[in-house]
Design a protein around this ligand. Structure first.
Ligand SMILES: *[C@@H]1O[C@H](CO)[C@@H](O)[C@H](O)[C@H]1NC(C)=O
Ligand SMILES: *[C@@H]1O[C@H](CO)[C@@H](O)[C@H](O)[C@H]1NC(C)=O
Ligand SMILES: *[C@@H]1O[C@H](CO)[C@@H](O)[C@H](O)[C@H]1NC(C)=O
Length: 534
């Protein structure tokens, strides 16, 4: 009898597996890896994941971000996007310009205009796949997961009958999502996604942060409106992007509260930053023989990588020479340099330099023999180095990287170096030596890693529990904040302040009348005896 109850319990457990569709556009490695990792967490828990990969950037079409997903549906690219990206040579242009263009977001204006257009084309293209839509509808998915970068994905989920959606942003806060949820942006003390200054802002710093926020809002609005404009007439769902985004079950952000600045958030916002990192303690970060040998050669090992979007081989020659000069002056240190040109002879004269087109970054960072990480400060790399407790020199190139840089330096384990100094070997060397000479960098980095290891809620569990919960209860209306319906005057109680001001002025006016009246009366009574004397 007991045994059959046990069987029933197991059966019940099996029945709780659910079907998830992950919409993971081929756009950039950091985006794919993030959604891929969420997929892996769900697969490890026994759930059934299907990944839909529409190609957004042709050069990225092979990205999956996961080794575990078996059900993959690839969807091509709208030919108009292909044409535009080829004509604009967007990828190559971006890769070359990235080293010298201004790090501030406004320098990307030109790309952003094209981004809205291409997003609209892709929405149009997706909704034209009637057969696929039919096929996906039959699958009856329990949950859809995607990123707010493409609003069209949310409408597409709706079209195939998915009722419960989780927005999973591979970035820190997106302004559009914050606005849609009615979450305080706290621009006076919380540095926005693209803010080059930290949370101690003077007047002009706050002006900059506010303008940055408005810029982000403008970007979201233009892009979302373009995508909504591309929805077919037959589509019956909402055409209000704020409503679409606030109807999600949860909003995952790739931020970790123990690394990032403190900020107010609503219950739908869930911090998952760090769920993607395997630490040594988890037993999953191990090195192959090849890399083990590289790290064994010298006592000091430095890893140099600028991520997957900026290529070291596209650097201006002055930058390359400056790095080589520094490497040559430190023969007792091994430098592993991510350099994307295969079999390059650039560093053949330097036995302490290993060029590589790829390396297991996280596993190398997890190794005790790695001394220092020189990085562009992409969010993925920033979180990895924080978890692995490695001191770093951060050289932000663009987008959110300047913000990630000061987010890391705040913890005392990293030093920021301006990319305009990369043609000066002395500056690069000074930065490296400063971090190596002062043991506080290492101490602070290791302390942050320990904090992350011991944080009360493990990001991986947080992801799984919130997915389970979303499938069980759907999007809870009660988690929505009424704040999202208020206008700016109501939101900041400016209408009340105005009313108070009006009342105050009226009182002041009445007082003025009374005083005037009393004064006149006094004058009359003081003057009238004189009259009597007369
Ligand atoms: C935008 O796309 C057009 C082609 O439609 C191209 O000529 C232009 O260079 C692109 N702009 C940027 C900044 O990529
Ligand atoms: C680099 O060298 C390897 C082996 O020596 C060879 O297989 C590969 O094709 C080379 N790659 C390029 C781009 O030359
Ligand atoms: C670091 O220490 C070395 C050796 O003690 C010294 O030569 C170098 O000037 C120091 N560099 C910095 C930037 O402190």
């Amino acid at each position: 009898m007991k045994f059959s109850i046990f069987i029933l319990l197991i059966l019940a457990e099996l029945c709780t597996t659910y079907k998830v569709l992950v919409f993971n556009p081929a756009f950039g490695a950091s985006h794919s890896n993030f959604l891929g990792k969420i997929s892996d967490i769900l697969i490890d828990a026994g759930h059934e994941v299907t990944m839909l990969i529409p190609v957004f950037v042709d050069g990225k079409k092979d990205l999956i971000g996961s080794k575990k997903v078996k059900n993959i549906i690839r969807l091509g690219q709208d030919p108009r996007i292909y044409q535009m990206q080829k004509e604009g040579a967007t990828e190559e242009l971006m890769r070359k310009k990235i080293w010298t263009m201004g790090a501030e977001i406004t320098s990307m204006l030109g790309f952003i205009g094209n981004f809205s257009k291409t997003s609209a084309y892709q929405t149009d293209y997706m909704f034209a796949q009637t057969e696929l839509i039919e096929q996906l509808r039959e699958e009856k998915f329990d949950l859809g997961i995607t990123e707010s970068l493409f609003l069209g994905a949310f409408s597409f989920f709706d079209e195939i009958g998915i009722k419960t959606i989780i927005n999973a942003d591979s970035t820190l806060y997106m302004n559009g999502v914050k606005d849609a949820l009615g979450e305080p942006a706290a621009v006076s003390y919380y540095p926005g996604l693209f803010s080059p200054i930290d949370d101690k802002m003077d007047f002009f710093g706050r002006v900059k942060n506010l303008l940055g926020y408005q810029f982000g809002m403008w970007f979201s609005t233009v892009k979302y409106d373009a995508e909504i404009g591309a929805l077919p007439k037959s589509y019956k769902g909402s055409r209000d992007w704020r409503k679409i985004l606030s109807s999600v079950a949860f909003n995952f952000v790739n931020s970790n509260q123990y690394i990032d600045y403190a900020s107010p958030s609503l219950p739908k916002t869930v911090f998952v930053g760090g769920m993607q990192v395997n630490t040594k303690k988890s037993g999953k970060a191990t090195l192959s023989k090849e890399w083990d040998e590289v790290l064994s050669k010298r006592k000091t090992n430095v890893l140099v990588s600028f991520g997957s979007n900026a290529f070291s081989c596209d650097m201006p020659d002055e930058f390359k020479n400056a790095f080589l000069e520094v490497f040559a002056s430190m023969p007792e240190t091994t430098f592993i340099w991510k350099y994307e040109e295969a079999n390059s002879t650039l560093a053949n004269h330097l036995p302490n330099v290993k060029l590589t087109t790829w390396m297991p970054q996280n596993d190398i960072l997890a190794d005790d023999r790695l001394t220092l990480f020189i990085t562009h400060g992409g969010l993925g790399s920033s979180v990895e180095l924080a978890y692995q407790g490695k001191p770093a020199v951060v050289i932000p190139l663009m987008a959110d990287q300047p913000r990630n840089a000061h987010m890391l330096t705040r913890h005392g384990g990293a030093l920021q170096l301006d990319k305009t100094l990369l043609d000066k070997p002395s500056e690069i060397k000074k930065a490296i030596e400063t971090v190596l000479n002062d043991s506080n960098y290492k101490k602070n980095a290791q302390r942050l890693a320990k904090i992350l290891e011991d944080q009360p809620n493990k990001p991986k569990d947080v992801v799984l529990k919130h997915c389970d919960f979303a499938v069980e209860y759907g999007p809870l209306e009660t988690l929505n904040s009424e704040g999202r319906h208020l206008n700016t005057f109501q939101y900041y109680s400016l209408d009340i302040a105005f009313a108070v001001l009006v009342v105050f002025l009226i009182v002041l006016f009445i007082l003025h009348l009374i005083i005037k009246f009393v004064f006149r009366l006094l004058k009359r009574t003081l003057l009238s005896p004189k009259k009597k004397v007369d």
